[in-house]
Design a protein around this ligand. Structure first.
Ligand code: W6P
Length: 367
């Protein structure tokens, strides 16, 4: 426990968060191992203390379980000897950790939902607590994935321009197109074959701005994150669009995705014409406690349907955007539709990892 407190008091990277450049620089398994070995104990220790700072956390089965998983991670990574000539034991530890972390997000969402209902904690405080926890979770997941990808690169990664989980020349238009295809498939699975949404992808290339010389927008990014965010936005827009189409057939309601960029930023706008977000639901969009899907859609499949989810998709998407310095906003046009704006940093030295504030670790109070 003393060791946990000691590590938690250190800041990741000696006071600094990591930039995408540092992650890109950890190309070899040895470099990625060093980065993970140095960073992970600090981050696990801080999450352990974040749980312990919750009053009566021991009364929650899920919180006790997540605390145990993080304690095991901390112990395993502290006990393993990092020998760059023989990385197999380290790889095994990272694999074990990755397996252990799979259920953390649904477990914590459940735990906090129960806390809110049982003890009347304020919703904003809970969102803040979970945002901090999950943002850190994205960071540790990035470090373990980066290590695994460099230790065991697959054939695809080798052929492409990949460095671990990062694509040097990530093509946002292409990813939007993939996400659109995936969203349409989910709609057909969830409703029926006749249900369909029109999704148009346009890009700003060809304008007379500074990126005129580019034929396609490309930037260093984690394609998995962008795909996740886009699918999540499109799931929401598509579900609302199908429901609006059912109520009022005959009206065309294409979802339009527009991708633009300058030298510093990539921006993606998703515009749907599904009637907007009802006023009473506006606050709930970023909460982990609700699903924006109708109750019927949720009961369709108790596991959380691919289209409805646990209600963690949008808040998690915003964290993925923020994690490397970006942002995600939603604007509702009442009675008309909803616009989502996603901004991503383009320069890898600027795309700095966003980490939970220190205060959310030690002095977390939920009331
Ligand atoms: C809606 C509701 C919603 C939530 C998130 C993103 C887009 C949309 N569209 O109607």
């Amino acid at each position: 426990q003393a060791e946990v407190v000691f590590f938690a008091s250190r800041e990741p990277m000696l006071g600094k968060s990591i930039t995408l450049r540092q992650i890109l620089d950890a190309k070899t398994p040895e470099q990625a191992a060093n980065l993970a070995y140095r960073e992970l104990p600090i981050r696990y220790a801080q999450r352990i203390l974040q749980i312990e700072a919750l009053p009566e956390w021991q009364a929650s089965r899920e919180l006790v379980e997540v605390h145990r998983l993080y304690s095991e991670n901390f112990k395993d990574i502290r006990l393993v000897e990092l020998d760059v000539k023989e990385l197999e034991p380290f790889t095994e530890v990272i694999e074990t950790i990755k397996g252990r972390m799979k259920e953390v997000i649904p477990m914590l969402a459940t735990a906090m939902r129960n806390l809110q209902w049982a003890d009347g904690y304020s919703e904003a405080a809970i969102v803040q607590w979970l945002d901090a926890f999950f943002l850190s979770r994205i960071g540790t997941e990035m470090l373990t994935s980066q290590y695994m990808a460099s230790a065991k690169p697959d054939a695809v990664a080798l052929r492409r321009r990949r460095v671990g989980v990062v694509d040097f020349a990530c093509d946002p238009v292409n990813i939007c197109e993939q996400a659109a295809r995936h969203a349409r498939k989910l709609v057909k699975q969830h409703y029926d074959e006749s249900a369909d949404v029109e999704i148009v992808v346009e890009s700003g290339v060809g304008g007379k701005s500074s990126f005129e010389i580019e034929s396609r927008i490309r930037f260093p990014y984690v394609p998995n994150y962008l795909f996740y965010i886009m699918v999540e936005l499109l799931k929401n827009s598509a579900r609302a669009t199908v429901e609006a189409q059912q109520e009022n057939p005959g009206q065309r309601r294409p979802i339009v995705i527009t991708v633009g960029a300058d030298r510093r930023e990539v921006a993606i706008r998703v515009w749907d014409q599904a009637g907007g977000i009802p006023f009473h639901a506006a606050e709930k969009v970023w909460s982990y406690m609700y699903s924006t899907a109708s109750k019927a859609a949720r009961e369709f499949d108790e596991q959380g349907t691919p289209l409805a989810g646990y209600g963690v998709g949008l808040p998690l998407s915003r964290l993925y955007a923020r994690y490397l310095g970006g942002a995600l906003y939603l604007q509702s046009m009442p009675g008309v539709g909803t616009c989502a704006y996603l901004y991503l940093k383009r320069l890898e030295s600027e795309a700095r990892e966003e980490l939970p504030e220190r205060s959310s670790v030690s002095s977390c109070s939920l009331v």
